[in-house]
Design a protein around this ligand. Structure first.
Ligand code: 5GP
Length: 116
């Protein structure tokens, strides 16, 4: 069950601030508060969804498509398409997810180390 009081839900409701990078009617992209690389942007859909699977199951196809198109748009706006980047989405306990609102991490701006 989706927790309406998770931190990203509060950011979407403007109850707590974020360092916004890009926003449209279906998504919000903002800088991670604890960056793991020189560039660390988080992308979230404006839909109550817990993780990747929940997003795919709940969202209309055009929303899924628009969200991932926006991820690519942000990659271009960050100017890292050529230099490279890593996109990650942690899901659930084994995936190491901390915030239970589906999000994509975009890490870039330096060589991103091995996953483990
Ligand atoms: P997860 O582990 O769930 O994949 O990632 C959650 C991310 O959210 C972490 O990288 C963490 O630094 C970031 N985060 C947690 N709380 C906040 C917050 O209040 N503001 C922002 N901008 N990022 C946050």
């Amino acid at each position: 069950m989706y927790d309406k009081n998770n931190i990203f839900a509060k950011i979407l409701r403007n109850e707590i601030p974020c360092d916004k990078f890009f926003e449209d009617e279906i998504s919000l992209f903002f800088n991670d508060i604890n960056p793991q690389a020189r560039i660390h942007v988080l992308g979230i859909p404006k839909l109550d969804c817990i993780d990747f699977s929940d997003f795919i199951n709940k969202a209309e196809e055009k929303t899924v498509s628009s969200f991932f198109t926006n991820v690519n748009l942000v990659i271009d706006k960050l100017n890292v398409r050529k230099s490279g980047y890593r996109i990650i989405s942690n899901s659930g306990l084994d995936g190491g997810q901390e915030v239970p609102h589906f999000h994509i991490h975009i890490l870039a701006g330096e060589k991103i180390g091995a996953l483990r």
